[in-house]
Design a protein around this ligand. Structure first.
Ligand code: GRF
Length: 198
């Protein structure tokens, strides 16, 4: 069965991107990482992608000013050029318009560093510590127009320890992110393959 062609969208470090690239090296993995796209030319993940031999592109949002639609049309053109079938957002720090999100409905995943629906948005680790929760974690979900709100595909919990700082907690969460994102992508790529089989 043909492997699904995936684009990973990043804005920075790219550690989740690297875990997806690594997972996709496994022979029976149902997806291939065909492209990495960054909205920032200086994203560290671009270099990692290059070293891994994955094609990359930059669609710099600052070139489009406040025109989100123009940015997304440029992004869509790059995805079309590479015949992309699934998108994984991995630390991609742009809000996407309903036009783009609906176009990729059921085919765009995101990873969020919290146990959704708890702690949507930014600074999740600081907020989890401030709230005094005993359990925190990460979620992979489908992207819908409302931020951090789509159907959940995978979640993993980590304990919050008494002496945690946002940094130590982030590190513990990141370790499980790197496990669940490849698992979630595997599941989605397999289900899409089944759905389109004759
Ligand atoms: C991760 O914590 C991810 O959950 C969040 O942004 C961070 C990106 O880290 N959406 P990286 O670029 O994948 O290392």
């Amino acid at each position: 069965m043909a492997r699904k062609r995936v684009a990973i969208l990043i804005s920075g470090r790219g550690s989740n991107m690297a875990s997806l690239i690594e997972a996709a090296k496994v022979v029976d993995y149902p997806a291939e990482i065909a492209l990495v796209v960054s909205n920032r030319p200086d994203a560290a993940g671009l270099e990692l992608a290059g070293k891994a031999g994955v094609p990359s592109a930059v669609v710099d949002h600052t070139r489009f000013g406040k025109d989100r639609a123009a940015f997304e049309r440029a992004l869509q053109a790059v995805l079309d050029e590479h015949r992309i079938e699934l998108i994984c957002l991995a630390g991609f720090m742009r809000l996407l318009t309903p036009w783009f999100v609906e176009r990729w409905s059921g085919r765009m995943l995101n990873i969020h560093p919290a146990l959704l629906p708890a702690f949507k948005g930014l600074n999740t680790h600081e907020r989890a510590l401030a709230a005094g929760v005993k359990t925190h974690g990460a979620t992979v979900h489908f992207v819908v127009p409302d931020m951090d709100s789509g159907p959940i595909i995978a979640q993993a919990e980590v304990p919050v320890l008494a002496n945690d700082t946002p940094e130590t907690l982030a590190q513990r969460v990141l370790a499980v992110e790197h496990r669940i994102y490849p698992e979630a992508l595997r599941r989605v790529a397999e289900s899409i393959a089944t759905a389109s089989a004759p």
